[in-house]
Design a protein around this ligand. Structure first.
Ligand code: NAI
Length: 415
C-alpha cells in the first residue's frame, strides 16, 4: 500500500484516540450500521482532503464500511495528528499527511490521492478542488463535497466565473453543520487552543473577536462565559448590531487594538490584523487565528517589524518590536484549535461528518443527474441528523397534533 506518514509506530496510540472519538459520534455510528448492510459507496474511490484527526479517521472508517476505498491527505499542514495517520494506515487506509509538512509536500500529497482516480472528493478549504480544476483536469469525478465556509466561498467564485466543472455538496450549508460545528465546535476548541498554547487565565481579560459570523459568535460566547470582556470587530452592520445586543462592545479594529489582551481572528478574510493595528497593541498581547487560512493576521509585516522572534512555549512565538513591545502569536497564525489543540470535539464533528458521509452517498446515488454547481443536502437529511443527535443527548421531540398541523397550513382562522 502506498502512503506517506511521519511514523507508523504511532498506530496503537492513534487507535486509542480514534476509538475514544468514535464513542461520541452517535449519528455517524448509525450511518455506519446502515452502510455496513447497504454498501452504498461500493467500489468507489473517495479521496478526502480533511484535517487528519481522530474524528476524520472515524469518517474514513464509515466510508470504508459503506464499500468505498477511502484515501486521506491533509487540508492544513499543521493540523495532522501523526498518531491518527498511523492508525489509519494500520487499518489499511492510505494516508498522505505529516504534521508540519512544507507547501511542496502538502501539494504532493494532494496529487497522490488524486493519482488514485477518485469518484468522489472531499475538501476542507477547497485546496484539492482547486488542484482538480487546474493541474489535474485529467481526473473526472462524480462530485465533490466541501466542509467549510472558506471552501464554499472559493467554490462559489469558481461557479460564478464558469470554472467549476463538477457538482459540489456544500456540507457547511447544512444547518446541522454550520449552526453547531462552527458555533459550538469553534467556540470551545479555539479557546482550548489558546489556553493550551499559553496557559493564561481568560477571566478579566479583554478578548477581541474579529468576525461575528457562525464561528465568531461561538468564540465570543465562550470567552464571555469564562469571564473575559469581549470586544467584537465586524464589517457587517447587522452582525455588528447583533454583537452589541448580545452584550459585547463593538469597536473598530483600530480602537480594539489599543484595548485587547487577546485577539482572535475568525473572518475568512485577509490581513484583518495588520501593521497599523500591531503599532497600537499593548506589550504581551496574544494573537490567534481560527479562520481557515493563515492570512488573517499579517505575519509577514509583523515579522518585518520585529527585531527578534523566538519560540516561548509549544505553539507560541514571541515577536519583539523595535520599541521593546512583545506580541505573541499562537500556532503560527494557523487554525489555533487544530494547531495548538485537537480541533473540534468529536460530539460536534459527529454531525459534520455524518453529513459528509451522506453527501458522498447522495452524489453517487445521483451520478450523471447533477449539473456542475453548488448543492445543499435535502432538508430531510438535516432533520434526520438533528433528530438522532437530540435523542443521543436525551432530548425528546414534540410532535404537532393534527389540529395544529392543519392550523399551520391554513389561513381561515384569525382573531
Ligand atoms: P461567516 O461568513 O459566518 O462569518 C465571517 C464574519 O467575518 C462575517 O460576519 C464577516 O462580515 C466578518 N468579516 C469579514 N471581513 C472582516 C473584517 N475585515 N473585519 C471584521 N469582520 C470581518 O463565516 P464562519 O462560518 O464564521 O467562518 C469564518 C472562518 O472560519 C472561515 O474561514 C471558515 O472556513 C473558518 N472555520 C474554521 C473552523 C475551525 O475549526 N477553526 C471551523 C469552521 C469554519
Amino acid at each position: 500500500m502506498n502512503y506517506d506518514i511521519a511514523n507508523p509506530d504511532l498506530a496503537p496510540q492513534g487507535a486509542r484516540r480514534v476509538e475514544w472519538a468514535g464513542r461520541r459520534m452517535t449519528v455517524l455510528g448509525t450511518v455506519r450500521e446502515r452502510f455496513v448492510k447497504e454498501k452504498p459507496l461500493k467500489g468507489h474511490v473517495v479521496a478526502a482532503c480533511l484535517h487528519v484527526t481522530a474524528e476524520t479517521a472515524n469518517l474514513m472508517l464509515a466510508l470504508r464500511d459503506g464499500g468505498a476505498e477511502p484515501l486521506l491527505c491533509a487540508s492544513n499542514p499543521l493540523s495532522t495528528q501523526d498518531d491518527v495517520a498511523a492508525a489509519l494506515v494500520a487499518e489499511g487506509i492510505p494516508v498522505f499527511a505529516i504534521r508540519g509538512e512544507d507547501p511542496e509536500t502538502y501539494y504532493k500529497h494532494i496529487n497522490a490521492v488524486l493519482d488514485h482516480a477518485p469518484a468522489v472528493t472531499m475538501d476542507d478549504g477547497a485546496d484539492l478542488a482547486t488542484v482538480l480544476h487546474t493541474d489535474r483536469r485529467d481526473i473526472e469525478v462524480i462530485g465533490s463535497t466541501e466542509e467549510t465556509t472558506t471552501g464554499v466561498i472559493r467554490l462559489r467564485a469558481m461557479a460564478a466565473d464558469g470554472t467549476l466543472r463538477v457538482p459540489v455538496v456544500a456540507v457547511n450549508d447544512s444547518a446541522t453543520k454550520h449552526l453547531f460545528d462552527n458555533h459550538y465546535g469553534t467556540g470551545q476548541s479555539t479557546l482550548d487552543g489558546i489556553i493550551r498554547a499559553s496557559n493564561i487565565l481568560l477571566a478579566g481579560l479583554n478578548v477581541v473577536v474579529v468576525g461575528y459570523g457562525d464561528c465568531g459568535r461561538g468564540v465570543a460566547k465562550r470567552a464571555d462565559g469564562m469571564g473575559s470582556h469581549v470586544i467584537v470587530v465586524e464589517v457587517d452592520p447587522i452582525r455588528a448590531l447583533a454583537a452589541a445586543m448580545d452584550g459585547h462592545r463593538v469597536l473598530t479594529a483600530s480602537d480594539a487594538a489599543e484595548e485587547g489582551d487577546v485577539f482572535i481572528t475568525v473572518t475568512g478574510n485577509k490581513h484583518v490584523l495588520r501593521a497599523e493595528h500591531f503599532e497600537k497593541m499593548k506589550d504581551g498581547v496574544i494573537l490567534a487565528n481560527a479562520g481557515h487560512f493563515d492570512i488573517e493576521i499579517d505575519l509577514a509585516s509583523l515579522g518585518a517589524d520585529a527585531s527578534e522572534r523566538r519560540n516561548v512555549r509549544d505553539n507560541l512565538d514571541e515577536y519583539v518590536l523595535a520599541d521593546g513591545r512583545r506580541i505573541l502569536v499562537a500556532a503560527e497564525g494557523r487554525l489555533v484549535n487544530l494547531g495548538a489543540a485537537e480541533g473540534h470535539p468529536a460530539d460536534v464533528m459527529d454531525m459534520s461528518f455524518s453529513n459528509q458521509a451522506l453527501a458522498a452517498e447522495w452524489l453517487i446515488a445521483n451520478e450523471g443527474k447533477l449539473e456542475p454547481g453548488i448543492y445543499t443536502l435535502p432538508p430531510e437529511i438535516d432533520e434526520h441528523v438533528a433528530a438522532i443527535k437530540l435523542e443521543a443527548l436525551g432530548g425528546g421531540l414534540e410532535k404537532l397534533t393534527e389540529e395544529q398541523a392543519s392550523y399551520l397550513s391554513g389561513w381561515q382562522e384569525g382573531t
